[in-house]
Design a protein around this ligand. Structure first.
Ligand code: PGA
Length: 253
C-alpha cells in the first residue's frame, strides 16, 4: 500500500560528465531488470537538467539535495524550488544532517523549504535522525519526534501525504557503522506511530520511511525486510552503478 523507494544521494561528488555517465549506467542496469521499488537519484543542482534527460523517467526519478528557503529574488547563490521544478526533477532532499550541521539549517528554515517544495509540486524526502550523543543519552526518540513536529506537523494531511521520510542516524552516515535492522525497525515504527498520532493511522500507513546511513549491497536486504523500513537513502553506495543496483536488488525476493 506504500511505495518502496531506493534513493541515491550523490552529495558533492561527480563532475557533470561523470554524473551523466553514472546516471546512464544506472539507467542501463535497470532497463530490462525487474525492480520492486521506485528509484531516485539525488544529484547536485548543476547536474539536474542533464541527468533528467539521461534516464528513463518512467523508471528513475531525480532529486535535488536542497533548495532555497525563499521564493525568488536577490539571494545570490541560491536555487529555488521553482528552478528545480523547471529542470524536470521531481523530488528534493531536505534537512539532511550535513545541511543541518554544516550549513546551519534550522527546523524553522526547513519548515519553509518544505512548504516551498510542496507549493511547486515537488516531493520532499525529509531527513531526520539523532547524533550519537543523543542516542547514548536515550533521547533519540524525542529528538526525531521534535524534528518532525517542528518542520512538518503544520502541513495539512493532504500535503503531508506527499512527504517521504528518511531516518538517518547521524552516527551511521558515512561511517560504515549501520544501525542494526532492529534499531532501524524500532525507530521506523516509532516514526510511523508519531505520524499516526498527528494524522491518523490510515495516512501513516501510506508514508514511505527510508533508512539511511551506511546502507550497502551487503546489508540492504536485511534492512529492507523490516516491516516499517520502506527503502533507503544511499550515499556512498550510490556512487557506483553496480553497488546501487545491488542495493535496489535488496527488494528482490
Ligand atoms: P551513506 O550516506 O550511505 O554514505 O552513509 C547516507 C546519507 O547521508 O544520505
Amino acid at each position: 500500500m506504500r511505495k518502496n523507494i531506493v534513493a541515491g544521494n550523490w552529495k558533492m561528488n561527480k563532475t557533470l560528465r561523470e554524473g551523466i555517465e553514472l546516471a546512464k549506467e544506472v539507467d542501463q542496469l535497470l532497463k530490462d531488470a525487474v525492480i520492486n521499488c521506485d528509484v531516485v537519484l539525488g544529484v547536485p543542482f548543476i547536474h539536474l537538467a542533464s541527468v533528467v534527460q539521461a534516464v528513463d523517467s518512467k523508471k528513475i526519478g531525480i532529486a535535488a539535495q536542497n533548495c532555497a528557503d525563499k521564493e525568488s529574488g536577490a539571494y545570490t547563490g541560491e536555487v529555488s524550488a521553482a528552478m528545480i521544478k523547471s529542470t524536470g526533477a521531481g523530488y528534493v532532499i531536505l534537512g539532511h544532517s550535513e545541511r543541518r550541521a554544516y550549513y546551519g539549517e534550522t527546523p524553522e528554515m526547513l519548515k519553509i523549504k518544505t512548504e516551498l517544495v510542496l507549493k511547486h509540486g515537488l516531493k520532499p524526502v525529509f531527513c531526520i535522525g539523532e547524533v550519537l550523543e543523543e542516542r547514548e543519552k536515550g533521547i533519540h526518540f524525542d529528538v526525531v519526534k521534535a524534528q518532525m513536529a517542528a518542520s512538518l506537523f503544520d502541513l495539512s494531511a493532504e500535503e503531508f501525504s506527499t512527504v517521504t521520510l528518511a531516518y538517518e542516524p547521524v552516527w551511521a552516515i558515512g561511517t560504515g557503522k549501520t544501525a542494526t535492522p532492529e534499531q532501524a525497525q524500532e525507530m521506523h515504527a516509532f516514526v510511523r506511530r508519531t505520524i499516526a498520532d498527528r494524522y491518523g493511522k490510515e495516512l501513516a500507513e501510506t508514508i514511505s520511511i527510508l533508512y539511511g546511513g551506511s546502507a550497502n549491497p551487503q546489508n540492504a536486504k536485511e534492512l529492507f525486510s523490516n516491516p516499517d523500513v520502506d527503502g533507503g537513502l544511499i550515499g556512498g553506495a550510490s556512487l557506483k552503478a553496480a553497488d546501487f543496483k545491488a542495493v535496489i536488488d535488496g527488494f528482490n525476493k
